[in-house]
Design a protein. Structure first.
Length: 204
């Protein structure tokens, strides 16, 4: 299986690429490194990427930026970071990539828990994550020829707890290995329109 992986250089990305790379061909894509480069905020850059790569069997995105700040201080430009990068960046990967996705192939996008489990400074993150859930569920009923789309929504990683633990008070960090399993299930399974929550549930 030929898997295009955007964000393969991050903490989650490296672990996912290592696991799936045992069984599949991984095309690593980052902003400034990897086999190919892409600017997720630029639809033209995304279109060029797929024109270079050609047809593929699966796409994983573990990239996308959002800005964190107090609600009272948030500017329109700061909200636009998450909208252009993590939200529309992933939406445009699907929009452009579906023309190159082979029959039976899949998209796996990434969100997070803040839309269901809010944190201070996280209104942009919550807004983007909620929109991604809605997009994936809706896109799943429109993709054709047995093509699939799912969303992985992990909570804070164990590796990141020293940096972000104060924002996720009372949250148990999740092991990266557990997050990897969700991506494996999305790529190698047969489900579509699913949100794989790792380390958290809707109940609070």
């Amino acid at each position: 299986m030929k898997i295009v992986h955007i964000g393969a250089g991050g903490v989650i990305g490296r672990a996912v690429a290592e696991e799936l790379g045992k069984r599949h061909e991984i095309v690593r894509v980052n902003r400034s490194s990897g086999d190919f480069q892409v600017n997720m905020e630029d639809p033209a850059s995304i279109a060029r990427l797929f024109n270079q790569i050609g047809h593929f069997d699966s796409l994983i995105c573990t990239a996308g930026a959002v800005h964190f700040a107090p609600l009272a201080e948030f500017s329109v430009e700061q909200y636009s970071i998450g909208l252009k990068s993590k939200l529309m960046g992933q939406v445009n990967l699907v929009r452009s990539g579906r023309k190159y996705l082979r029959e039976g192939g899949s998209f796996t996008l990434t969100s997070g828990p803040t839309n269901e489990d809010p944190i201070p400074l996280g209104t942009s993150s919550a807004m983007v994550n909620g929109a991604l859930e809605g997009f994936v569920r809706s896109a799943a009923i429109e993709l054709q020829s047995d093509r699939r789309i799912n969303l992985v929504s992990p909570t804070m990683l164990e590796e990141s707890s020293s940096l972000y633990g104060s924002f996720f008070v009372g949250t148990k960090p999740v092991a990266t290995a557990d997050v990897v399993l969700a991506y494996v299930k999305s790529v190698e399974g047969r489900q579509t329109g699913c949100v794989y929550r790792v380390g958290w549930t809707r109940e609070r």
